[in-house]
Design a protein around this ligand. Structure first.
Ligand code: HMG
Ligand code: MG
Length: 297
């Protein structure tokens, strides 16, 4: 990757749809396939979590099985434990993600265990993933604030990120789960984590609750971050973080990056059309200002 190439991880079908009204399988399939047609190379298709906890993701196995896959595209899945990893392996996910939290309370609410217990659980997941040559991405949630505890110490974020990296995650995605971060805080958080994990192995995952996500990304690009997570049409939120809005909209991110001379290999208009279609299915308005503008032309 050259210095002006940016990798986008599209999380709309997972992070987005996990917190929307349930969507028919065919609409999910159309969403994923049309995003891949738009040039997305890294896409979270779903998650293998308890269907009692997140019923919206219960058909992830069927979705993986049904997809028409394109060579060179990573079809990713969230896996909280060995049961989830085994389901992801059965569904032929090409990459999986484990997800920890920098906040104890969020860890308990989200995956029903402490941070230390989650790291122990993830070490078992890593061992099995390694046997299957599956790349594993690691998430750290609540890196700029927790819905239950408020402020989160930078040391806690750096510690959990380092633990996931040492377990063997090839990349750590730092999640502002509730979208409370502001640019200086985001940059300070990245600088603190980069003392423990190489900056090339970091990604950022901003929810846009307070409209700060693009500003935060701009503050972190100069630090060397070249991978960002986003969701088409700004879908979603987190079921265990009340009030959190969706991720930064992929269309808004693409518009800013392309406008500043970064390359993503992704067709903005095609992404906007895919987003518009799923918004119609959901009966919700499009959360991307850029999508509204380019589709109005
Ligand atoms: P638990 O209740 O402690 O689990 O939940 P358990 O091991 O005691 O099992 C209880 C039941 O769940 C059993 O079924 C298991 O078989 C079943 P029963 O005997 O009652 O019929 N079960 C499973 N079923 C399917 N797939 C599995 C699985 N595991 C157990 N993998 C657990 C623990 C982790 C399973 C639960 O808490 C869970 O599923 N949590 C996931 C919550 C979630 O998906 N949150 C959203 C994703 S994280 C996020 O959005 C943040 C992120 O975007 C970054 C950011 O924004 O910061 C990544
Ligand atoms: Mg998220």
């Amino acid at each position: 990757m050259t210095n002006n190439e940016v990798r986008i991880v599209e999380v709309g079908a997972r992070d987005g749809l996990q917190n929307e009204v349930p969507v028919p399988l065919a609409a999910k399939q159309e969403l994923v396939e049309s995003l891949v047609d738009a040039g997305i190379k890294n896409i979270e298709v779903g998650s293998f979590v308890s269907p009692k906890w997140v019923p919206q993701m219960a058909d992830s196995g069927a979705l993986f099985q049904q997809l028409c896959r394109v060579d060179g595209v990573d079809y990713m899945a969230l896996t909280p434990n060995l049961k989830g990893l085994q389901a992801a392996i059965d569904a032929k996910a090409s990459e999986v993600a484990i997800f920890a939290s920098a906040s104890e309370s969020f860890s308990q609410k989200n995956i029903n265990c402490s941070i230390d217990e989650s790291i122990q659980r993830f070490s078992e997941v890593m061992a099995l993933a390694k046997q299957h040559n599956l790349p594993v991405r690691g998430y750290v949630s609540c890196v700029l604030g927790c819905p239950y505890e408020g402020e989160v110490e930078l040391e806690a974020v750096a510690r959990v990120a380092a633990q996931l990296y040492q377990l063997g995650c090839y990349q750590i995605s730092l999640g502002d789960t509730i979208g409370v971060g502001t640019p200086d805080k985001a940059a300070a958080m990245v600088s603190a984590v980069a003392k423990q994990v190489p900056v090339e192995a970091l990604a950022l995952h901003f929810h846009d609750t307070y409209g700060q996500a693009l500003a935060n990304i701009n503050a972190c690009l100069p630090l060397g971050i070249r991978c960002f997570d986003s969701a088409v049409a700004g879908l979603g939120g987190c079921p265990y973080a009340a009030g959190a809005s969706g991720n930064l909209a992929t269309e808004d991110l693409l518009y800013m990056l392309h406008g500043q001379g970064y390359q993503t290999g992704i067709d903005l208009l095609a992404v906007a059309k895919a987003g518009d279609s799923i918004c119609k299915t959901l009966g919700r308005s499009n959360g991307s200002k850029v999508a509204q503008a380019v589709l109005a032309k």
